[in-house]
Design a protein around this ligand. Sequence first.
Ligand code: UD1
Length: 366
Amino acid sequence: MDKDRRAHTRQGAASPWAPSTVLVTGGAGFLGSHACVDLLDHGYEVIVVDDYINSRPQVFARVERIAGRFVGAVYELDIRDRRALSAVFARHSVDAVMHFASLKSVNASLETPVEHYDTNVGGTTSLLRTMHEHGVHRLVFSSSCSLYGDAGPGPLDESTPTRPRNPYAFSKWVCERILADICRHRPEYTVLSLRYFNPAGAHPSGLLGEDPRGVPDNLMPHLAQVAVGRRERLEVFGADYPTPDGTGVRDYIHVMDAVEAHRVALDHLVDAPGMRVFNLGLGQGRSVLDVVSVFSEACGRQVPYEIGPRRPGDVAVRVADASAVTRAWGWRPTRDLVDMCRDAWRFQELNPYGYADSDRRPKPKH
Ligand code: UD1
């Protein structure tokens, strides 16, 4: 790649610690790809590693088109492959790492827990060992509200006792414990762990969005695929919860806000030693039927749904107290559910079959 085309100057770095080259693990995924755009937009040099197990390399042409800049380098590798990962650190002068790479399906984690622990926990320790060998000790870790389990209706702040209830959530919990312990013993490490609630939406360009393989587990991509005619109707998992309309209540956060927080975290990595944890959410609970209604407005037609039984493992309500991050950094999310639905729909409408075959036509709508 032409070096001049990658050259850039980062403007407005607020702190004396100003990381310029960031390694993004899982950079082809939903959060990772949006993080790449945001980092490029803000002048960072971005290096990506991804094994494409739940993502596609086509995403980078879009990332670069939006940002008007090139990703510094993309490596197809599994972060558990320490030799391959080490070669990446040897080639690039990495200042900090944003670690998104993980398996994230709760359902799949119940089927193949060992694989989930190996990828999520083993991948993280492999990354940490490799980082250490190359003198890199700054990490922004992509954590999850699933650590809180069924902690209650909340709002849940960061001191809420963690109660992971499935292998996926446990794997994130174990990673956080490992990171906290390393930071306790080794002063050279600083880690920010961001526990985001329900990331949704897409880049406003319509070029980048959520493109899960197979049937989407999560509400918003499922809803979008129904709206575009790929699926017949949404099944609402339970309408007998103790919530105002009986359906599950969650705290949705726009993916662009979530990745913006990861980027802001980079500048705050060295504010304090050790590891710190922050929730990311709007602090507002929205029910499944709320989301269906706002999405239907966004796409201009009622999205068909039917009420089904509860999904095993789901909780009635999970809403963040996300005020700590605002107190610490003065940062807060600025996009609401209307923005999330509008952007998710724009992506789905422009890319009915996602990145792989977006030129195929959708089936007739119901
Ligand atoms: C899920 C994960 C959680 C992860 C979070 C964010 C589970 C049990 N939990 O949480 O670990 O951190 O995503 O990515 O999978 N719903 C439907 N129909 C659908 C899909 C979802 O009614 O087809 C409902 C769910 O019951 C829930 C809400 O929509 O009430 C949100 O579901 P989802 O997007 O899967 O997120 P969570 O269950 O909150």
